[in-house]
Design a protein around this ligand. Structure first.
Ligand code: C5P
Length: 226
């Protein structure tokens, strides 16, 4: 075998570069100018995924809620605050995307109105106060409905054995995969996940770094489009 033949036979088919949209972090739903409803999401999983996907040569748009994470090299980052902002940014970027990883911990509810001035104690006049909430759009479900040939991956944080609930979410939100994890993933550098596929696939990855989990998810997208 000549060196050139060996080279040709050994050469791998180049991987196609994918346009990948990732959402990460929490959203903030303001009650007044200084108070908000939010959650503990650090954005680490979504940022690790963006970093690995860009490093693998994909075109990455990262829609990020308020987090303290550096932007991975080569990633287009769009910062948002509320679920409504995230919905608008994700919906626009989804048009050009081939794959969506919906890692963000989107608030399900927002205050029915944001007070213009600070909500003062004296306005309440009793030991009980109430806040009217309205439901935010489910971004994953909304984009899932019009996904066409795109790959759509959602995340589900469940306490206890959440497989049944995660499978139900996958169907309801029309996702191809759901990555199931539990509350120990919040803010952590490592996580245990079960990747559930619409095709019945079930793969558990125990106590892995988020970078390793991110690589597995990037490979999942690459295989899907291979
Ligand atoms: O129903 P649940 O919030 O557990 O579903 C989690 C999945 O749905 C995550 O992928 C999350 O990003 C997405 N989600 C969303 N919009 C919401 C709530 C959740 O896209 N308003």
């Amino acid at each position: 075998m000549t060196p050139s033949t060996r080279q040709r036979r050994g050469r791998r088919k180049p991987k196609p570069s994918l346009r990948i949209l990732i959402t990460a972090g929490p959203t903030r739903e303001y009650v007044d100018p200084v108070r908000y409803l939010s959650n503990e999401s650090s954005g680490k999983m979504g940022f690790a995924l963006a970093e690995r996907a860009a490093r693998a040569g994909h075109e990455v748009t990262l829609v990020a809620g308020p987090v303290h994470q550096p932007t991975p090299s080569g990633v287009e980052r769009i910062d948002v605050v509320s679920a409504r902002d995230m919905y608008r940014a994700a919906r626009d970027a989804f048009r050009e995307a081939q794959a969506l990883f919906m890692c963000a911990a989107v608030a399900d509810w927002r205050p029915a109105r944001k007070r213009v001035g600070k909500w003062r104690k004296k306005e309440q006049g009793s030991e009980v106060a109430s806040l009217e909430l309205v439901r935010n759009t489910d971004i994953l479900a909304s984009l899932g409905r019009r996904k066409g040939s795109r790959l759509v991956v959602g995340f589900a944080l469940e306490t206890g054995n959440g497989v049944t609930r995660a499978l139900e979410k996958m169907r309801r939100k029309n996702a191809d995969y759901i990555v199931l994890n539990d509350e120990t993933a919040l803010g952590a550098d490592r996580s245990s996940v079960t990747i559930l596929g619409r095709d019945g696939q079930r793969r558990s990855l125990e106590n892995r770094s988020k970078a390793v989990l991110a690589s597995a998810l990037v490979r999942l997208a690459e295989k899907h489009f291979a």
